[in-house]
Design a protein around this ligand. Structure first.
Ligand code: GSH
Length: 218
């Protein structure tokens, strides 16, 4: 199977969940990072470097043996099944993982909306609401789900899944300080979310990936 994942040149959760899942599962893939002329062409027309058009003119998109498809969750699930980080024959476990990925989408959407206003004052108000109301509410939902799983620090049963990788990367972005109005202390009160983050940062394959690809822990 020949796999090429197309995404921008950043370690954002939408692509990183799949990149890491494939890497952890020792599944070979091309990690195509769109930049420069590829980026300009993609932005104008939605054309990918393989000459196909991205179905929603958004990334990530994956090419599997010449067939392409998009959407973060669909790609992460497909690759999670290959890498062993998403079940093939356990619909309930799959749904428990799906709800986390869908939750990540909801959180991402709230962040996007809060950054849309061109007016600086209005954007500041939106970010204040995000930091003090929306994110704490969603973090608590995730915290409670982690607490309910008594088998491990992960979201579902005993082992790492794509749900953990997605949230780990999403949270890294939210507490990075890159987002105006979102303090780096935003996660300080969530013991289980922090335990999850620490566990993933200790994963030898995650450490190796970051070292090889980014030359540092991010
Ligand atoms: N629902 C899509 C959203 C993907 C998305 O928003 N991708 C962004 C980059 S993170 C993008 O391609 N933006 C360019 C655009 O929308 O023009 C998914 O789950 O993958």
């Amino acid at each position: 199977m020949k796999i090429t994942l197309y995404y921008f040149k950043i370690p954002f959760w939408r692509a990183e969940v799949t990149r890491l899942s494939l890497y952890i599962g020792n599944i070979p893939f091309e990690d195509y990072r769109i930049e420069g002329e590829d980026y300009d062409k993609f932005k104008k027309t939605g054309e990918l470097p393989n000459k196909k058009i991205a179905p929603f003119k958004q990334l990530p998109v994956i090419d599997v043996d010449g067939k392409i498809f998009a959407q973060t969750g669909a790609i992460a699930r497909f690759c999670g099944k290959l890498s062993g980080l998403y079940p093939k024959n356990d619909d309930y476990k799959a749904a428990l993982i799906d709800q986390i990925i869908e939750g990540a989408q909801d959180i991402n959407y709230l962040v996007t909306l809060s950054g849309r206003d061109k007016d600086a004052e209005k954007k500041k108000v939106a970010r204040d609401i995000l930091a003090t109301r929306h994110l704490p509410k969603w973090f608590q939902f995730l915290e409670d789900l982690l607490k309910q799983n008594t088998k491990s620090v992960y979201f579902v049963e005993s082992d790492l899944t794509i749900a953990d990788l997605a949230i780990w990367r999403l949270l890294g972005w939210l507490k990075s300080g890159m987002l105006d109005g979102i303090p780096t202390t935003i996660l300080d009160n969530y013991q289980n979310l922090n335990a999850l983050r620490e566990e993933i940062y200790k994963n030898p394959k995650v450490i190796k990936w970051m070292d090889e690809v980014y030359g540092k822990i991010i």
